[in-house]
Write a protein that binds this ligand. Structure first.
Ligand code: ADP
Length: 512
């Protein structure tokens, strides 16, 4: 009898659900959508019932549109948007809409928690500063602003764990998702009494926390009747979307790092030990691989800078692309290849939306530095790609500073489509750049974790080995030396300009 695994990703805008067989073939995917609301500027809320409705529709589609039978499903792995606050009363009823990861209302609460515990101690305990997206300051916000709701609260769940609750009636979470709450002792992989006390949260409100590939609970009779799943089907703890996504693309041993060149950029490294960047410039979270951790740097405008460039200065390529049926990005990168490595001394700072890693600074802005009469459009294009890649190297250097030695960087996201850019990544990072066939992201990682928890695979490592294949590889070439020297100049620019970014922001605020 074939064994199938279901991976469910409770995402920001859809519930991606996939079915995978025991050899790693994806046999079905579907992603019913839902919305979130912005009741005030900077707020983001959604209704947990909408996730559940979407998941019921997804499971119905699995049984209606495939030959998979409920008794063939070996396990269900869960993942989802991190950091969201789902607040339940003692009867398990949702008390208010979920306050989501991208909600920014809690600046005051973050400062208060940090003041109480001490910035250094927070970093030591939780691996991160208290950030406004994280769950703990949201709970404090509800206490201060909605005391009548807070008085009824009895449980706190993360989005994917609310779905587990609906499927099983039980309260469980996993270490990787729990790491994004500012309430977990990330070194000990258990709740931190010190953080809970500082936030005024009773420990009894917290779900039981386990490692990610653990079958923590099972589908109950009520959920079986609603979904068509078999009662007793194991539900695996799963992971936060970043950790599950990393499992889905094979970032499961030390030395392997991923660099996602999407609109924003993420550099993600597996770590065998608990390592914390002393200034908190990298996120340090528990990984979904049992007993391991991960480090993560986030660049706000990575390939997004190239998109800006295409829109602002690539009108010609957009028109030509339309006429000949070519992607304007391909036309731009083809022309950029005609400029020499290093763009003849032209540097680009990609801080178009401010920056997060390594310079958490909302006032930082984009810069072309070193323009001369020699520079033509191909130089500008090339320097944008180089600047983005230097920005990603910043995260990699922080990781190297903590003792991570990347031997291989797995590139993904839109920027990794370009072979020219991938060679530039190898030269600038000083590491092999590979791509692989992972395309299903966190939902695939959840299904893999599900397979390990259900006993279909022996370990996360063997599951990844049987589901992932390398699709390209490039090694650093001679431009590496020049790029090493230019990277030093690149890193000197932000400190030199920091004060001016602030001064410019002030002028624009007062007079602009
Ligand atoms: P998102 O993070 O929004 O999902 P993607 O991972 O799809 O974004 O990346 C989109 C970005 O990738 C574009 O803005 C562009 O900068 C870059 N990109 C897309 N296609 C190419 C290409 N063929 N060559 C180089 N860069 C590309």
């Amino acid at each position: 009898m074939p064994a199938y695994l279901i991976g469910i990703d409770v995402g920001t805008s859809s519930a991606k659900t996939l079915v995978m067989d025991e050899r790693g073939n994806i046999v079905f995917t579907i992603a019913p959508e839902y919305d979130f609301a912005t009741p005030r500027p900077g707020w983001a809320e959604c209704n947990p019932e909408d996730w559940w409705t979407a998941i019921l529709a997804a499971l119905k589609a699995v049984f209606e549109q495939t030959d998979v039978r409920a008794e063939d499903i070996a396990g269900i792995g869960l993942t989802g948007q991190m950091h969201g606050l789902v607040l339940l009363d003692a009867a398990g009823q949702v008390l208010r809409p979920c306050i989501m990861w991208n909600d920014q209302r809690t600046a005051q609460q973050c400062a208060a928690i940090t003041g109480k515990v001490g910035a250094r101690r927070v970093l030591e305990l939780t691996g991160n500063p208290v950030l406004s997206g994280f769950t703990a300051p949201k709970v404090v916000w509800v206490r201060e602003n909605e005391p009548e709701i807070f008085a009824q609260a009895a449980k706190i769940l993360l989005p994917k764990d609310y779905i587990r609750y609906r499927l099983s009636g039980e309260y469980f979470t996993d270490v990787s998702d729990a790491s994004g709450m500012a309430l977990l002792n990330v070194a000990k992989r258990d709740w931190s009494n010190e953080m809970l006390e500082a936030c005024g949260i009773p420990r009894s409100w917290m779900a039981e926390v386990t490692e990610s590939p653990i079958a923590s609970t099972r589908v109950n009779a009520a959920a079986a009747a609603l979904t068509g799943l078999k009662e007793g089907t194991p539900i695996i703890a799963g992971g936060g979307d970043q950790a599950a996504g990393a499992v889905g693309c094979g970032i499961i041993q030390e030395g392997i790092v991923s660099a996602t060149f999407g609109t924003s950029g993420v550099v993600f490294a597996h770590s065998d030990e608990y390592r914390v960047e002393p200034e908190g410039r990298l996120h340090a979270f528990c990984h979904a691989v049992p007993g391991k951790w991960h480090l993560m740097g986030v660049m706000l405008s990575a390939a997004g800078s190239f998109q800006w460039y295409r829109n602002a200065l690539g009108g010609e390529e957009i028109a030509a692309g339309r006429a000949i049926g070519e992607d304007p990005y391909t036309l731009l990168t083809r022309a950029a290849e005609t400029a020499p490595a290093g763009s003849e001394g032209l540097l680009f700072l990609p801080y178009l939306s401010g920056e997060r890693t390594p310079h958490p600074d909302p006032n930082a802005r984009g810069v072309f530095f070193g323009l001369s009469l020699r520079h033509a459009k191909p130089h500008l294009t090339r320097s944008v790609l180089e600047g983005i890649t230097f920005g990603m190297r910043d995260s990699l250097e922080l990781m190297r500073g903590l003792g991570i030695a990347p031997t291989e960087v797995i590139a993904s996201g839109g920027g990794a489509k370009s072979p020219f850019w991938r060679q530039m990544m190898a030269d600038i990072f000083g590491a092999s750049i590979t791509t692989n066939n992972a395309s299903e992201g966190a939902a695939l990682g959840a299904a893999i974790l599900g397979g390990v928890g259900a006993g279909v695979f022996d370990s996360v490592e063997s599951a990844c080995a049987s589901t992932l294949q390398e699709t390209s590889r490039v090694e650093p070439e001679s431009a590496q030396k020049l790029y090493a020297a230019l990277y030093e100049r690149y890193t000197a620019l932000y400190p030199a300009l920091k004060g001016e970014f602030r001064a410019l922001a002030r002028v624009m605020e007062e007079l602009g």
